[in-house]
Design a protein around this ligand. Structure first.
Ligand SMILES: [Cu+2]
Length: 482
């Protein structure tokens, strides 16, 4: 049997040694790099820059930054003002910066975040802020009790990545939250690229209204109803049908839409669901330090908790954002994502509107992909063909995870680690062994890194397995050599 040469190189060249030794070496190298990074930060004589947090109206979010760590100043104002929360129903809403939920604060792991809370001079009661991203008494509440007209501040180090709820913790707490005083703070790793095309920020909470008007001429908070968990309205973004009509979210088919979902409560766990979609990735409880769940239909978002979900929208139309405890839809908890763009009849087809064969050029299932170069002649001395193949490495999956390549060609796998964890791609020999002499070493890429894995495809046709050495069980795929 003609022993074929399977060779794997990376941008940084080939490594020597057995697979285990090489993996160990890779981890050691990572450690050294990480230690040097810490050293560099520790020895820097420059104070971190002071920057002002961008705060925008929900459902918009400030842009992702990927900058050096900074001292981030967040200016918040507690306000009390009467506004319409349902058609024809006015109520005295309490808010951070006029928004319900309050503006999304976006910082990085390692930032020092200075929260400055001002209570508007025309407020009637004291407010404060407790952020769930804080390690310290009250999450900052004890340092920010502000009477009307006062301003107080504290700072905290953002240590953990994820989406965290913040809220006012004054009064009996539930009353201030129910009046609208909650929001979300997103803490991200300062690296990696966006794995979504659009991002929105939404929040669910409940209002409890008295049946009669109070002294200010509008219904007041009904504490008995609140304690009985008998909500008058359950809403996204502060008002019934709060994300519909002019406030509907928009997307174009083919895009991946990320939603940052907070829940103020004060009482209800949201069974957050988007009708007609599946979450490709769902970061349970808003944690960005753990692996996302894949292909989730509905995810619980508890009061004082959060979730982050990504969904690729394939088909144009309206997608309702609901709490799948659907009695709450009747109480106002509905939003809409309106997707425009091309249909994908493979994914969904209304057979009344679009009978088979009626209106579109169907993609020909048997169409050959366009050749990138001349096919190999089977070893008659002509140069081997070269092909680039893009591969995304997510936590924990190769996208795509099956390939077909030509025997005797050269393939450059263009690797893009879009996950948070380190991954590599190692191709086995035809017998399925990852220890064979013909297998050499792939580079370990950390989250956000890209690299190239060059494979001189053997002449032996068949199915070759590949895997990530760090996640060898779940992160696998196959290459058909023909
Ligand atoms: Cu308050």
């Amino acid at each position: 049997m003609n022993l074929t040469r399977s060779q794997v190189t990376t941008r940084r060249g080939r490594w020597r040694g057995g697979p285990r030794a090489r993996l160990l070496a890779a981890f050691l190298m990572l450690g050294i790099v990480a230690a040097f990074g810490l050293f560099a930060v520790g020895c820097g004589d420059d104070e971190p820059d002071t920057i002002q947090a961008a705060l925008v109206a929900p459902p918009n979010v400030p842009p992702k930054q990927n900058r050096a760590n900074a001292h981030v100043v967040v200016d918040l104002v507690a306000k009390e003002e009467i506004r319409e929360i349902s058609p024809g129903v006015e109520y005295e809403v309490w808010s951070f910066n006029d928004y319900v939920p309050g503006p999304m604060i976006r910082v990085q792991v390692g930032d020092t975040v200075e929260i400055r809370l001002q209570n508007a001079s025309d407020s009637k009661v004291t407010h404060n802020i407790d952020l769930h991203s804080v390690n310290g008494p009250g999450g900052g509440a004890e340092s920010t009790n502000v009477a009307p007209g006062e301003t107080k501040a504290f700072s905290f180090k953002a240590l953990a990545p994820g989406l965290f709820t913040y809220h006012c913790a004054q009064g009996i707490v539930a009353d201030h939250i129910s009046n609208g005083m909650y929001g979300g703070i997103l803490v991200e790793e300062p690296r990696g690229k966006a794995r979504y095309d659009r991002e929105y920020y939404i929040g669910q909470h409940e209002y409890y209204l008295t049946d009669t008007n109070g002294p200010n001429g509008v219904p007041a908070l009904d504490v008995d109803k609140m304690l009985a968990e008998d909500a008058t309205y359950v809403v996204w973004n502060g008002a019934t049908d709060g994300l519909t009509g002019d406030n509907a979210l928009t997307a174009t088919t083919g895009e991946t839409v990320r939603l940052y979902v907070t829940n103020g409560g004060p009482n209800f766990t949201s069974s957050y669901h988007v009708i007609g979609e599946i979450f490709d990735r769902a970061y349970a409880w808003g944690s960005l330090a753990n692996l996302p769940l894949k292909w989730i239909q509905t995810i619980s978002v508890p009061p004082g908790g959060a979730a982050i979900t990504d969904m690729k929208i394939d088909v144009p139309g309206d997608y309702k954002i609901v709490d799948h405890a659907l009695g709450r839809l009747t109480k106002g908890a509905v939003g809409i994502i309106t997707a425009t763009g091309d249909n994908d009849f493979d994914v969904f087809r209304d057979l009344q509107e679009h009978p088979l064969g009626s209106d579109v050029e169907e993609p020909t299932a048997t169409a050959e992909p366009a050749a990138t170069s001349e096919p190999d002649d089977g070893g008659n001395g002509e140069p081997a063909t070269t092909e680039d193949i893009a591969v995304e490495m997510d936590d924990n999956v190769f996208i795509p995870d099956t390939f077909t390549v030509k025997a005797g060609s050269v393939v450059n796998f263009q690797l893009d680690n879009i996950g948070n964890l380190p991954h590599n791609m190692r191709i086995a020999d035809l017998a399925g062994s990852y220890d064979g002499d013909t297998v050499s070493d792939p580079e370990l890429l950390s989250g956000g890194q890209t690299g190239v894995l060059t494979w001189e495809v053997p002449d032996a046709t068949g199915t070759y397995k590949f895997r990530c050495d760090v996640h060898p069980v779940e992160m696998v795929g196959t290459i058909t050599v023909e």
